[in-house]
Design a protein around this ligand. Structure first.
Ligand code: AMP
Length: 425
């Protein structure tokens, strides 16, 4: 037997019955983004590998272990090679810098919807190709606790609009880059006595990037982290004031949240506000989405001093957290044509565009040489409201026999009146 192919591990086929739910979530997101003044950006699915290494941090887990690299396709040796995008922010910022958008608009509000790729070990809720709905606000001098709070509120709004009920918003502040340095020193000191209890990865993280110890999923490491007396001592008074204002703004918009001093997010680019939204209805992969402020990334990627804040939500996780919710019923066929004989097929072939141009959803059995019975069976399976039978007699009368599939009634309708007859139905 010839080899059959299976889909790659960690990916999924989304068939039409499920696609309606995806369309539903995406349509709701698009509507909401428009209400908040966001416009869509579409960037390539792959970029220079170095872009991701520079933005997410060379030592991040994603860059170290999960990049899906493409076979070297660099031109003239100028590129470090390409990788499928593991997230959206790096590409959006690359596009922002490349097009000098800071000179063209005071503030850019982008949203995106699309696939992301990470070479992870697949499990429930964790795929190698997954999909995100994300948003970024980028612009000089746009650091505002109101904006940070509004981004969190928007993420929550998107999730609740999609039907997610039980969700938890965790927030934290990393402060300025200076505060972050203090925080890493405090953390390193606090973790030092427990070095031996940490996994090998975390032991090397201690010197390379101590924040990632807090993100480690291993039970032993989490037990150590749970014992750390983390507070907000590393924050400067200004950063603390900023964080207080974010919380106040969240209360004003009635967004429930919990403060989580252990929430650091594994990526280098975050400053000030970080947040994560999870759902108790998900299993071990309980994060629905996450984000935060990243004021240094634009500069890091060759741009000017420009502030930014953003988030990304996982569509598969939204679907898992709202199991049972279905999308809108797809619009079915209004009619299905059954031609009997080649001359009827030719006539019907010309009729199709006339009907479709009039807004009638119509399909046809191309098997004009098959029996009426077998073509009717095919028509029945499509769920079309009416079947248009075109046999020799009908052809001679320049008419079709229209069978109403619900009532079983049949009427002969001249070609010239067909559009009017079907639109009335
Ligand atoms: P992250 O940038 O890793 O925080 O991802 C943001 C969101 O995307 C997560 O909260 C998940 O909802 C989703 N996500 C991330 N990685 C995966 C994955 N491998 N499979 C499915 N969803 C994912």
């Amino acid at each position: 037997m010839t080899k059959q192919f299976n889909l790659p591990r960690g990916t999924a086929d989304i068939f039409p019955d499920d696609a309606t739910r995806w369309q539903d979530i995406e349509a709701k997101a698009r509507n909401l983004f428009a209400l908040y003044g966001f416009r869509e950006i579409r960037t390539p699915l792959f970029e220079e590998t170095e872009l991701f290494a520079r933005s997410m941090g060379q030592t991040s887990d994603v860059v170290q272990k999960q990049m899906l690299n493409l076979a070297a396709q660099g031109e003239g040796g100028e590129s470090s090679g390409f990788s499928l995008r593991p997230e959206g922010t790096a590409s959006v910022v690359r596009a922002y810098v490349q097009n000098s958008l800071d000179k063209k608009e005071s503030r850019s509000k982008f949203f995106y919807v699309g696939p992301m790729f990470r070479g992870e070990r697949p499990q429930k809720g964790r795929l190698r190709q997954f999909h995100q709905i994300g948003a970024e606000v980028i612009g000089p001098g746009t650091t505002s606790p109101f904006l940070d709070a509004e981004m969190i509120e928007l993420a929550v709004h998107l999730l609740t609009k999609s039907g997610v009920k039980a969700l938890t918003v965790k927030i934290n502040s990393l402060g300025t880059p200076e505060d972050k340095k203090n925080f890493s020193a405090v953390l390193r000191q606090a973790l030092e006595p427990y070095t031996k209890e940490l996994c090998a990865d975390c032991q090397s993280r201690l010197s390379r990037n101590v924040f990632r110890v807090l993100d480690c999923k291993k039970k032993t490491c989490q037990a150590v982290v749970d014992r750390l007396p983390l507070k907000y001592d590393h924050l400067s008074p200004e950063s603390r004031d900023y964080f207080d204002k974010v919380k106040e703004a969240l209360r004003m918009r009635e967004v429930a949240f919990v403060e989580e001093p252990r929430l650091v997010r594994g990526l280098d680019y975050y400053t000030h506000t970080v947040f994560e939204i999870s759902s108790s209805s998900l299993g071990s992969q309980d994060a629905l989405g996450a984000g935060g402020r990243y004021n240094n990334l634009v500069q890091e990627l060759g741009g000017h001093e420009v502030d930014a804040v953003g988030f990304a939500l996982g569509i598969e996780r939204i679907i898992l957290a709202t199991e049972g919710e279905t999308g809108k019923e797809p619009v079915g066929l209004d009619a299905f044509i059954v031609p009997l004989g080649e001359a009827a097929m030719k006539e019907a072939f010309g009729l199709l565009p006339t009907l479709r141009n009039a807004g009638i959803a119509v399909d046809i059995s191309y098997r004009w040489d098959a029996s009426l019975k077998s073509q009717m069976r095919q028509a029945d399976k499509t769920g079309a409201k009416a079947v248009l039978i075109l046999g020799e007699n009908e052809l001679a009368m320049k008419s079709v026999a229209v069978k109403d599939m619900a009532s079983g009634d049949q009427e002969v309708i001249p070609f010239a009146q067909l559009v009017g007859y079907l639109t009335k139905k």
